[in-house]
Ligand binder design. Structure first.
Ligand SMILES: [Zn+2]
Length: 94
């Protein structure tokens, strides 16, 4: 996740936020990456969950045009496999 983003930082959310990659609304207390950037004509802010960050290198579409929820809608099997690795690993940690 770099290049076209204007700025990004990792936060622990204090409010529910919808992940741009998978379209899930993540509860408060989730670690997410916040990206702010300049699009063609507007400033935008997008939230990404850890699963989607891990999945992003596998995305075969255009990185500049990821539709909201597109990771899970368009590559559900690959995304789900990635989610298991990221989120199940976390559960064992805790
Ligand atoms: Zn996500």
């Amino acid at each position: 996740m770099s290049g076209h983003f204007f700025d990004s930082k990792t936060v622990t959310t204090r409010k529910p936020h919808r992940c741009h990659g998978c379209g899930r609304t993540m509860p408060p207390g989730t670690t997410m990456l916040v990206c702010e950037g300049i699009g063609d004509c507007e400033h935008y802010r997008a939230y990404w969950c850890e699963t989607c960050l891990e999945f992003e290198p596998q995305w075969t579409g255009d990185n500049n045009e990821i539709p909201e929820g597109g990771f899970r809608d368009e590559m559900p099997e690959e995304w789900e496999a990635c989610r298991k690795v990221v989120e199940d690993a976390k559960e064992t940690d805790q």
